[in-house]
Write a protein that binds this ligand. Structure first.
Ligand code: GLU
Length: 279
């Protein structure tokens, strides 16, 4: 079956060559095999995402010569779906409200003799998982802001088997979701999170091959748990190296990576960028 791939940027800034490489990789994998290439805007972080960046992304991709199939999926338009998924997990007893602030978590982690680290940083110590039912109910009734965390141990027990994914070039690899601990699936400000939305959307959009930067590879383990819990199909994964500048730094806005717009304004042709990135 020809693959369905996707490029799923967050509109928090202008695209640079690293994004262009990720987009071209996904696009080429679909196009060379007669598959489908989808575009999705991951804009649930309302504090950082901006509509003008979203518009710029579409324009820059078109300038690069990329075409996508179907409508662009915009995550902020699907919050009710994410809420429904959270409700299903809650009904299975796999979610709990977490009232901790970042500062409280940092304090608790630094006070712990051995604070385990996961791929995302210090693992959440599980403070709110241990709240009594009364305490939890009281805080909810008082309207204390809360996130929703997956009870990872309980989830893995429900799954009941070692999870694996197919990583291109490597074959079947084992996942280690427990290393992440109780990840946030519903943020305090919005009933959604990166892990939840990306996994849900890849499933509902029928993505069969996820190409993305190697920085997101560890997160695949969390996505695999959600796929197992919901019976969603598991795509194949092909994580690619990140583009780096001459000093070996990852391309990123904060390290001064030039945007596609800057390159375009300087007279660089899209064809040259494509040739350079796809070489
Ligand atoms: N939205 C994510 C990002 O911009 C990518 C999500 C994914 O490919 O899984 O980093």
């Amino acid at each position: 079956m020809p693959p369905t791939t996707r490029f799923a940027p967050s509109p928090t800034g202008l695209l640079h060559l690293g994004h262009a490489f990720a987009a071209l990789t996904a696009w080429r994998r679909a196009r060379e095999a007669g598959g489908r290439f989808l575009l999705r805007l991951e804009d649930i972080d309302t504090g950082r995402c901006r509509p003008d960046y979203a518009a710029a992304i579409l324009e820059d991709l078109a300038w690069l010569g990329l075409d996508w199939d179907g409508e662009v999926r915009v995550q902020s338009e699907h919050l009710a779906e994410y809420r429904a998924v959270l409700d299903r997990l809650a009904a299975r007893g796999l979610l709990y409200p977490c009232f901790c602030t970042r500062a409280e978590i940092a304090r608790e982690v630094s006070a712990a003799a051995a604070a385990p680290h996961g791929p995302d940083g210090p693992r959440y110590p599980g403070t709110c998982r241990r709240l009594s039912a009364d305490e939890r109910a009281a805080r909810l009734a008082a309207g204390v802001p809360h996130a929703l965390r997956l009870d990872m141990a309980a989830a893995l027990e429900v799954v009941g088997e070692t999870l694996t994914v197919h990583e291109e070039g490597e074959g079947t690899v084992r996942c280690d979701p427990a290393a992440f601990g109780d990840v946030v699936l519903g943020r305090k400000d919005i009933p959604a999170s990166y892990h939840l939305c990306v996994t849900h959307d890849d499933a509902v959009q029928g993505v069969t091959l996820v190409t993305r930067g190697a920085d997101l590879r560890p997160a695949t383990a969390v996505h695999r748990v959600l796929q197992a819990l919901f019976g969603w199909p598991t795509p194949s994964y092909a994580h690619h190296d990140l583009r780096r500048d001459a000093d070996g730094q990852r391309l990123a806005k904060r390290t001064g990576a030039q945007s596609l717009r800057t390159l375009r304004a300087a007279g660089i042709a899209a064809a040259d960028i494509r040739a350079q990135l796809l070489a």
